[in-house]
Write a protein that binds this ligand. Structure first.
Ligand SMILES: C[S@@+](CC[C@H](N)C(=O)[O-])C[C@H]1O[C@@H](n2cnc3c(N)ncnc32)[C@H](O)[C@@H]1O
Length: 277
């Protein structure tokens, strides 16, 4: 409880009355979550206090399941399913597909992918994020394989060697060796990839190499172990989008293209779809 309190204090949410903790502003998307709706307010409040939530969804009564991270970050209900699950579904079809989800955070993508019929294996390098994803999925009555893996290390044996699809959103730009990471992950994927990441296109770049492949990157300091979104190493590389595309093609995904290119407060971000054929 002390840890939860620390996070809440840092986010400015400590000592909020139960009603303000539970009920979000009107107008946000509400979801049918029968196992949450069966909980009285007091029990749902306890569930929300139990874990260091940093995002939330709303049940059909407008009550929060989870908690906002701060007044400005993840401060509104998470869309579920996220539109990128829809893109994966329309490109490749999700029903019955084995999907590997990188950096599952609190399971907001995991639920959406599984509700579309995907057989999801989700991993995260923060054990509390693994637990929050397990709890999120269980209250959505969703079955998924949710495991711990710090992707800066070798893949553990309990993660399979073959998947149909890769869902990789908001994680690559937190890694210290993103090209080495892709080199280890892409051979596991048989059909298609959705990769959404910040890129270094507008920045001053340096050059690194991986197995003889040169790539341009910008160096970023990471925020440490405590923030739930950050990387797990002191710094990360943001890759130039052209080099990212050529890396993905090099590892067998001949059709790799940017389908979305957006400017965010932290920098340029792209969404890439890639397929082997
Ligand atoms: C910015 S959040 C994105 C979360 C989610 N994919 C989304 O789009 O909302 C980054 C996530 O990746 C996880 N992560 C960061 N570095 C990681 C690593 N080396 N291995 C595994 N997960 C990592 C974090 O714990 C966090 O859950």
């Amino acid at each position: 409880m002390k840890f939860v309190r620390k996070i809440k204090e840092a986010a400015g949410f400590a000592n909020k009355p139960v009603s303000a903790d539970l009920y979000a502003a009107a107008g946000e998307e509400r979801l049918s979550i029968p196992l949450i709706e069966s909980l009285p307010d007091e029990e749902l409040s306890r569930l929300n206090e139990l874990l260091p939530w940093a995002s939330f969804v709303l049940d059909s009564g407008g009550r929060m399941f989870g908690a906002p991270y701060s007044r400005s970050k993840r401060s509104s209900a998470q869309p579920m399913p996220d539109y990128r699950a829809g893109i994966l579904d329309s490109e490749f079809g999700l029903k019955g597909r084995a999907v590997l989800e990188a950096g599952c955070f609190e399971g907001n993508h995991t639920v959406g992918l599984a509700q579309s019929g995907a057989l999801v294996t989700a991993f995260d390098g923060r054990v509390e994020n693994v637990v929050k994803t397990q709890v999120r999925c269980s209250f959505f009555a969703i079955k998924a394989n949710i495991v711990y893996w710090n992707a800066e290390t070798q893949k553990p044996g309990y993660i399979a060697d073959r998947f149909d699809l890769l869902h990789h959103v908001g994680v690559l730009y937190h890694l210290s060796k993103p090209i080495a990471h892709l080199a280890s992950l892409l051979p596991l994927i048989e059909t298609g990839v959705l990769l959404d990441t910040h890129v270094a296109d507008d920045m001053e770049t340096q050059v690194d190499t991986f197995q003889g492949l040169e790539y341009r990157y910008a160096n970023f300091r990471e925020a440490g172990r405590e923030p739930p979104f950050a990387g797990l190493t002191p710094s990360a590389q943001w890759i130039h989008s052209e080099d990212l595309l050529s890396t993905i093609r090099y590892f067998g995904f001949k059709n790799a293209r940017i389908i979305e290119d957006r400017s965010e407060p932290n920098g340029k971000r792209v969404c890439i779809i890639a397929s082997r054929n």
